[in-house]
Design a binder for this molecule. Structure first.
Ligand SMILES: CC(C)(COP(=O)(O)OP(=O)(O)OC[C@H]1O[C@@H](n2cnc3c(N)ncnc32)[C@H](O)[C@@H]1OP(=O)(O)O)[C@@H](O)C(=O)NCCC(=O)NCCS
Length: 170
């Protein structure tokens, strides 16, 4: 399964991505904006574990963001269950060397089209930390609308933060 985007290709994680994944993901500037599930430091062992998890996941909704077939980031849809099965939460990160080139915006466009057109989703949402301007911009550039601020909703590295709730609907 491959999703061709303007500036990258999204594809399933492969064992050969282990080194590139660990190299790009091992960055506190990334981890500080992610769930605690995203380890820091990010070791080769963590990369192996992540690739095994995604390869065993029947939903096949986690992708490597690749540039010239090098896995430099990740993007995925966490599919809702039960009556929320028409909704999914999108999450993403990109290696710092590649920031600011529109790669994640293009990846988000690709996965949103896949979610709406191939998975039959009606709602895709994201909850960046309120101060995560780059992520909010990526969502806004893709037509996501701000639905509200989730006050004091997360504890990250010992501090409480607000999240901004964004969604796109079909
Ligand atoms: C968020 C992230 C994925 C963005 O990736 P990217 O490929 O650099 O994103 P893009 O280049 O597509 O777009 C970034 C936009 O944010 C803007 N931006 C970046 N930093 C900014 C800042 N500090 N203030 C204002 N705007 C900022 C860029 O100018 C760009 O907007 P533009 O195209 O209008 O100029 C990347 O920064 C990242 O991995 N961050 C850490 C992990 C993370 O936050 N993940 C999301 C969790 S919700």
């Amino acid at each position: 399964m491959e999703i061709k985007c303007d500036k990258c290709i999204l594809r399933g994680w492969k064992k050969s991505d282990i080194e590139s994944l660990a190299e790009n993901a091992n960055n506190h500037r990334i981890a500080v904006n992610m769930r605690d599930l995203f380890p820091h430091p990010y070791t080769i062992g963590d990369a192996k574990t992540w690739i095994d998890i995604t390869n065993n996941d029947h939903t096949k909704s986690n992708f490597a963001i690749t540039v010239k077939d090098k896995a430099v980031g990740g993007i995925g849809l966490a599919l809702g269950e039960d009556i929320e099965k028409i909704s999914a939460e999108v999450g993403y990160w990109l290696g710092e060397k590649y920031w600011g080139k529109g790669i994640t915006s293009s990846a988000l466009n690709g996965i949103v089209n896949y979610g709406f057109n191939d998975l039959g989703l009606k709602r895709i949402f994201a909850k960046p930390l309120e101060h995560n301007t780059a992520s909010r911009r990526v969502l806004e550039k893709n037509g996501f609308q701000l639905e509200g601020i989730l006050k004091r909703s997360v504890l990250k590295e010992g501090k409480i933060y607000n999240q901004a709730l964004y969604a796109a609907t079909k």
